[in-house]
Design a protein around this ligand. Structure first.
Ligand code: ATP
Length: 351
């Protein structure tokens, strides 16, 4: 079989340090992959690099992506161009992670975030643009004066995308159940206030639940769920939610296990997936050589699994687990004093 092709987009600010660290481990694993590497954001040339990156993505099997603060322009293509509708964000405690919770052992759940719509369509503008809709003639909760200076943003929940993400979540819960997890999907949105949009999300997910009688189903309003995420994290399995709540709550979820440096993520479509950490570009620690590459490394391990390289994926994740269990080589966010490169070497030594 020919090698699979992976596009490597290091991203901006501190993100490349994490991607290069993950690449070092991938090379040490001698995985049968061909990497097509692009420059970090500082060297990105709008137009030229965009076009080359898009062409490479189109002929690739997957991509490993560092976060962007806007310089690495191609993330929109990975997401909307490749229709990677399911953002999967596992939150799993490993012994040695510096969790703020008293009993983090056993936390192991996955956020499935709808990745393409909700408030992320970019439909924002001046209030005056709403004038022709004559919205103030409708019965609204609050007064709307479209001649006042101000902005609007549009939230879109479609039946198609909601059903799609719901099926994805239930199938994932089913696969996890086969591995010994509870087999449960929790749906959350603000369905009591946003009765039309978030109400539709809840209604359709609960309808899809009927097609998976072997998977348990529950639903919570998102503010109530935010508390449960912290207090009852052990009871969670697969959680499905609209885009914005998923963005916010996955940072909170990362907090339960010990921070953003530990939280991986993959964005899956029907025929493409790319992988990146949950965290952003950490500009405040740029150049210090101390960023924790664990989140990007675990994302790379998810990529190996997606590409059918399960044994290599397991070796990668097991090596990370060993380094934390030993607790000798840790970056500052985990209470250690080691640099990114020392942590990376420790993972390689543990392979
Ligand atoms: P974005 O909006 O792009 O997701 P953000 O506003 O969430 O970004 P991050 O870049 O994720 O911001 O950083 C938030 C804080 O967490 C910063 O103080 C950053 O240094 C820290 N941080 C993020 N990732 C890591 C990491 N891998 N290792 C150590 N610290 C990190």
């Amino acid at each position: 079989m020919p090698n699979k092709k992976v596009v490597v987009l290091p991203g901006d600010d501190s993100a490349p340090d994490t991607v290069y660290a993950a690449m070092e481990v991938l090379r040490a694993l001698e995985v049968p992959l061909d990497f097509v590497e692009f420059p970090p954001g500082e060297q990105w040339v709008r137009g030229d690099t965009d076009n080359a990156a898009r062409a490479a993505i189109d002929t690739s099997d997957s991509a490993l992506f560092g976060s962007t603060s806007g310089k690495t322009n191609v993330v929109g293509y990975l997401r909307w161009g490749k229709k990677t509708y399911a953002n999967v964000r596992p939150c799993r405690y490993l012994k040695g992670f510096r969790s703020p919770l008293a009993n983090p052992d056993g936390i192991d759940f996955v956020i499935v975030r709808e990745n393409l719509e909700d408030l992320y369509l970019g439909l924002e503008g001046p209030l005056q643009a709403l004038e022709p809709l004559h919205l103030s003639s409708r019965i609204l909760r609050a007064e709307l004066n479209t001649s006042e200076p101000g902005k609007y943003a549009i939230k879109v929940i479609t039946e198609r995308n909601t059903r799609q993400i719901a099926h994805f979540a239930f199938k994932l819960a089913r696969r996890r159940k086969a591995q010994g997890h509870p087999g449960k999907v929790t749906c959350t949105s603000k369905y009591n206030m946003l009765r039309e949009s978030d109400g539709l999300f809840r209604q359709l997910v609960s309808e899809v639940a009927g097609e998976y009688p072997d998977v348990k189903y529950q639903e919570f309003i998102v503010d109530d769920f935010a508390r449960r995420l912290v207090q009852n994290s052990h009871e969670l399995d697969v959680i499905v939610m609209p885009n914005l709540y998923g963005d916010i709550l996955s940072d909170a979820a990362a907090g339960t296990i010990g921070g953003l440096g530990l939280a991986p993520s993959g964005c899956y479509g029907d025929d493409y997936a790319y992988f990146e950490s949950v965290h952003g570009t950490a500009p405040d620690i740029m150049g210090l050589g101390i960023i924790n590459p664990t989140a990007t490394m675990l994302s790379a391990a998810m990529m190996l699994e997606y590409l059918g390289l399960s044994a290599a994926s397991k070796r990668f994740a097991d090596a990370i687990r060993t380094v934390y269990a030993e607790g000798k080589v840790l970056t500052p966010d985990q209470g250690g004093s080691n640099k990114t490169r020392e942590f990376t070497q420790a993972v390689i030594n543990s392979l």
